[in-house]
Design a protein around this ligand. Structure first.
Ligand SMILES: *[C@@H]1O[C@H](CO)[C@@H](O)[C@H](O)[C@H]1NC(C)=O
Ligand SMILES: *[C@@H]1O[C@H](CO)[C@@H](O)[C@H](O)[C@H]1NC(C)=O
Length: 247
């Protein structure tokens, strides 16, 4: 009897664990996710037709695992959302006071339709004050790092440097203005980077040394996620973490 009932107990337990994975579907739904906040952020949904959900799978220490399932049509040049996790701890440090900013991101498309148009990216916000919400009047710079950009989509502005090496990978650097801030986007020049384990400080130093970004700027927010335009996919992040270590 015990031998028979043991697997029953085990499967009841794993069902309970599965059902504790939380899924959000609404336009601006967010979920607490350990050191992070997981948000749907369907800011561009009205430019398309479709749907999206995001599921928190687990949190462990400073790491988080989540997935986003998206399905979008129409207006192929319009971003429909930025499903992302926002770090609640890696923020509020002046660039001149950062010793290191280690991050690790392992992700994969579990499924994807032909010809998806989407990026998989960091969205990092700098400003003059220690705190500030992403994409607001508090923002001076938006730093994107595109680990993937499929389907011919382009970052804001134009390419200002080609095939530069930062943190051991090759990038095209795009830049241009957006609202009241300046955007710098490091777009992978060598295809999808699905295992990314670097020090973000190397990107920050590149910008202060080469692009005129003042080291008095603060990192106000670090978001990590995906901007879908069209197609459908399941983007799985098996593990992601980020930290800022002060001098
Ligand atoms: C999302 O959209 C697709 C394509 O229109 C549809 O097949 C699917 O049922 C929708 N899912 C939800 C949860 O609405
Ligand atoms: C980009 O830079 C890398 C490293 O310096 C080099 O190996 C590669 O050939 C370059 N690619 C192009 C297209 O110039």
């Amino acid at each position: 009897m015990r031998l028979v009932s043991a697997p029953t107990v085990a499967s009841a337990l794993s069902l309970a664990l599965l059902s504790s994975a939380q899924t959000i579907t609404g336009q601006y739904d967010c979920l607490p996710a350990g050191d992070f906040t997981l948000c749907q952020n369907l800011w561009g949904e009205l430019s398309g037709v479709g749907n999206q959900s995001s599921t928190l799978i687990s949190t462990t220490g400073n790491a988080v695992s989540w997935s986003t399932t998206w399905n979008w049509a129409n207006n192929p040049n319009n971003v429909k959302s930025y499903a992302n996790v926002l770090s609640n701890t890696a923020k509020g440090v002046q660039l001149s006071n950062i010793a290191s900013a280690p991050t690790s991101w392992s992700w994969t498309y579990e499924t994807q339709s032909d010809g998806i148009r989407a990026d998989v990216s960091y969205d990092i916000w700098f400003g003059k004050a220690p705190s500030g919400v992403a994409a607001t009047s508090a923002s001076s710079y938006e730093i994107m790092i595109w680990l993937s950009g499929q389907g011919g989509i382009q970052p804001v502005g134009s390419v200002t440097k080609s095939n530069i090496t930062v943190a051991g990978f090759q990038w095209d650097l795009w830049s241009g203005p957006n609202a009241n801030w300046e955007v710098f986007s490091f777009k992978t020049a060598s295809g999808d980077i699905t295992d990314f384990d670097v020090d973000l400080q190397e990107f920050f130093t590149y910008l202060t040394e080469n692009e005129g970004v003042a080291s008095s700027q603060y990192v106000q927010a670090i978001q990590t996620g995906t901007e879908p335009f069209t197609g459908n996919a399941v983007l799985m992040t098996s593990s992601y973490s980020v930290a800022i270590n002060s001098l």
